[in-house]
Design a protein around this ligand. Structure first.
Ligand code: 8X3
Length: 251
């Protein structure tokens, strides 16, 4: 990997768009050398080029790709586990097992694989930070959301378990739990159905990816003795996963 070896290194997964892309830009602006990881080669390369970072084309569900990522990094100071998402909104009685499998693979096992692979380097940095982007679905449930909420609950449990297991080691852990953020999230959930995805955010003002990235940037710039454990961020217009403002169009 070509980088200024003096610079601290931040690895961001799911960095080709949305919260990952915005976080990559925020951390680069703070002086990190950012390793942008994603499946979509063209997009992740464009993000990395724009910020003078390194693009790594890897799928967090692919163990050998994750191991190769770990091997090519000389140092890792910050890891942002952001890759993940939702697929479908079926009730349990009609659950699509392939959707469940995808959600568990990306959100839960993806976080596990990347974290496990990079942990020795995060510890060796002397001041490592692991930020895991979960969701309010990590502690709420809602009809039709069981596959996603179950995966996010599990991802959060995995992340929070590390807080105890790493106690005494120089690694901090922060869980970021966003509510509604206008990204590709709903487009992926509804398999590219733009109308259905747009309806999710109609009549309210959702968060932007930059809103979340700015908070991650704040976390990454705290002094080494300060561990920000958990941050929940929602739009003012959203009270819970299922309760939100709906204004008539044009108001
Ligand atoms: C997604 C949160 O509120 O859009 O992680 O369901 S919400």
């Amino acid at each position: 990997m070509t980088s200024d070896s003096q610079k601290r290194v931040a690895v961001v997964t799911g960095a080709s768009a949305g919260i990952g892309e915005a976080t990559a830009k925020t951390l680069a602006a703070q002086g990190f050398h950012v390793v942008a990881v994603a499946r979509r080669a063209e997009r992740v390369t464009a993000v990395a080029d724009e910020i003078g970072g390194t693009a790594v084309v890897a799928d967090v569900t692919d163990e050998s790709a994750v191991d190769a990522l770990a091997r090519q990094l000389h140092r890792v100071d910050v890891l942002v586990n952001n890759a993940g998402g939702a697929k479908g909104l079926e009730p349990v009685a009609e659950a699509d097992v392939e959707h469940w499998r995808w959600m568990w693979e990306t959100n839960v096992l993806g976080t596990l694989r990347v974290t496990r692979a990079l942990l020795p380097k995060l510890i060796a940095s002397g001041d490592g930070l692991i930020v895991t982007v979960t969701s309010i679905a990590a502690f709420e449930i809602y009809d039709g959301g069981s596959g996603y909420t179950a995966a996010k609950h599990a991802q959060s449990a995995l992340h929070r378990t590390l807080r105890g297991e790493l106690l005494g080691k120089p690694v901090r852990l922060t869980e970021i739990a966003p509510g509604m953020v206008h990204t590709e999230f709903s487009l992926v959930r509804f398999d590219g159905d733009r109308q259905r995805a747009d309806a999710v955010y109609a009549g309210m003002t959702p968060l932007t990816a930059t809103d979340i990235a700015e908070v991650i940037g704040f976390v990454a710039t705290r002094p080494p003795h300060v561990n920000v454990d958990q941050i929940v961020i929602r739009p003012r217009d959203q009270a819970t996963a299922t309760r939100r403002v709906t204004r008539p169009a044009g108001r």
